[in-house]
Write a protein that binds this ligand. Structure first.
Ligand SMILES: *[C@@H]1O[C@H](CO)[C@@H](O)[C@H](O)[C@H]1NC(C)=O
Ligand SMILES: *[C@@H]1O[C@H](CO)[C@@H](O)[C@H](O)[C@H]1NC(C)=O
Length: 154
């Protein structure tokens, strides 16, 4: 039990590591707490970024902002590496009206996603997960609270 707690504390402290070995599925609660930006959005376009050819630029249309710092309420573009070896995210759905819940990180004023990012079709979430993103997760963002909840759940 103690080892588990230490592990959880460590994983709470360590921030995202730029690597393709994702650390397994994470609970949406911790995704919400750990991510700079969490939105529900549609992927409406994609092209290689003109400013930086190593980046893929996804054009999005956001329908709901769950969490975002000031100035990021209406993000138009997401970026990811074009190379899969550099954890580039490849969007497979061509349905431009399909909504996804997506968690990204912000670097130099731009929103980035990668293969380890939490990106899920909104329609695939359970009622509780949807409710969580809409209201509950934001209230439980203290790391310690989260630990208690995780341990109790187990
Ligand atoms: C291009 O993008 C990559 C990956 O995001 C970054 O590491 C690199 O520094 C960028 N290059 C320039 C010239 O901005
Ligand atoms: C695209 O997504 C929307 C919303 O989820 C859905 O209603 C529609 O049936 C989908 N269209 C196709 C062609 O899959």
């Amino acid at each position: 039990m103690f080892a588990l707690v230490v592990l959880l504390v460590l994983s709470c402290l360590s921030q995202e590591v730029w690597s393709c070995s994702c650390s397994g599925p994470r609970h949406p609660q911790s995704v919400y707490c750990d991510s700079a930006i969490v939105i529900r959005t549609k992927f409406v376009g994609q092209k290689v970024s003109e400013k930086n050819r190593t980046r893929m630029q996804y054009q999005i249309k956001t329908t709901k902002v769950f969490k975002a710092p000031e100035g990021f309420e209406d993000v138009q573009y997401l970026y990811t590496a074009t190379a899969e070896s550099l954890c580039g995210y490849q969007h497979t759905s061509t349905n431009k009206s399909e909504e996804f819940v997506l968690a990204g990180h912000i670097i130099d004023g731009e929103v980035f996603i990668n293969t380890c990012s939490y990106i899920a079709p909104w329609a695939s979430l359970t009622y509780c997960q949807k409710r969580g993103f809409m209201q509950m997760y934001a209230k439980n963002c203290e790391c310690t609270v989260r630990l208690h909840k995780v341990l109790i759940q187990w």
